[in-house]
Design a protein around this ligand. Sequence first.
Ligand SMILES: C[S@@+](CC[C@H](N)C(=O)[O-])C[C@H]1O[C@@H](n2cnc3c(N)ncnc32)[C@H](O)[C@@H]1O
Length: 397
Amino acid sequence: MSTPAFSVPYSFDERSRQSFVSGMRTYVLNDLAGHMRTVYEERVAPGFERRAGRQPESGPEVHKAMRPETIFKFYSSIRCAVQEMCWRSVIPGVVRRAEDLTDTAKRLSGEASEGRATLDIPPDFVTPAYITELDIHLMPGNYHEEHMPDDVSQGAIYDHGFDVFSMKLLGERSDDIAKSTAYFVANRFPDLKPSKILDLGCLVGHSTLPWKEQFPDAEVHGLDVAAPCVRYAHARARSYDLDVHFRQRDAVETGFEDGTFDIVFSSMLLHEMPPAEVRKLLAEIYRLLKPGGLMLHYELPPNSMTSAYDSFYLDWDSYYNKEPFYKPIRDMDFPEAMEDAGFARADQVVFVVPSMTVYGAEAVREGAGQEDVVLDERISRLVDGVRWFCFGARKGA
Ligand SMILES: C[S@@+](CC[C@H](N)C(=O)[O-])C[C@H]1O[C@@H](n2cnc3c(N)ncnc32)[C@H](O)[C@@H]1O
């Protein structure tokens, strides 16, 4: 297990359970998923072709054909159960230590150097209903719930739960996505030399701190709608002796001046927002960027770039994991949406970033020099050999 910033003294039994859950997820996402694919290719797709005279052409068609299959029911029910077990394996320890964690966070945040690592939580902030109305990816209490003043519990549950969930594929600080991407950006755009960077939907800062580490002279900001996560992120950054600013805001209305940032990044944010809000978000990012600035989103590849089977496979979360926007976002025409927000097609970019943890820095540097984007069934999935799909645009000068 990696080491989340605020340690929770889990018992031997709890650590065993966490390790078992990680192992189960590895089994479900690699072995069971591989077996399900074989059943599809060897039996379900040929059966569909015999009946329809063609192969399935979309994710929903594959979904409909797979739903009666025992392997699909088995995979789905085990995957849901293991998802719930991830959170259940860490919650008791966080609940036991909730007050200590809150005190520790306050102490760490209080030690922040004046003006260099601000924490901004407006008392009257209204959390969007699409966050408050359901427990996204089955995490009890979601990102935002608070049980005491200055509570950081939901941040701690996510940080520790994600450690179990990610099966060690994201490195010691669960930060491989941003770490690999920031290094990729530094190599791909040596002209950029960012002085201000913003991470939207920063959660506990896994996707924020690597930008500060890659560009230590830059002013780095993290923003999220969830107060417990923003507090936790700020204290977590201080625990690593990093000065990063955090604020609770809606990403569609950040409160920053026009033309503030050189880089605006998000990791796993878009698929958790309704499409109409994502369109507002793209316009807000366009407003926030300096001319020549870079917008970059780490996400799952869109349905337009994946096979019918992979569309079905990746959209599973929309139906069974309380991720209602997964499919609508993967169905979106992002080149068009970015153009509507002001980003010219010629300035748009798509990358596949090798994982630094899996492949090493040299592979990321080499990847940054390549123009071709080759997608396979491991892209942006927590499976052996993962690489990260990113897209975005530079704002025309
Ligand atoms: C999957 S998490 C992001 C994970 C994080 N970026 C990382 O890579 O570790 C999605 C985050 O987006 C936040 N979020 C959702 N809608 C938002 C919005 N409109 N503005 C800001 N944050 C938002 C959620 O509170 C949650 O923390």
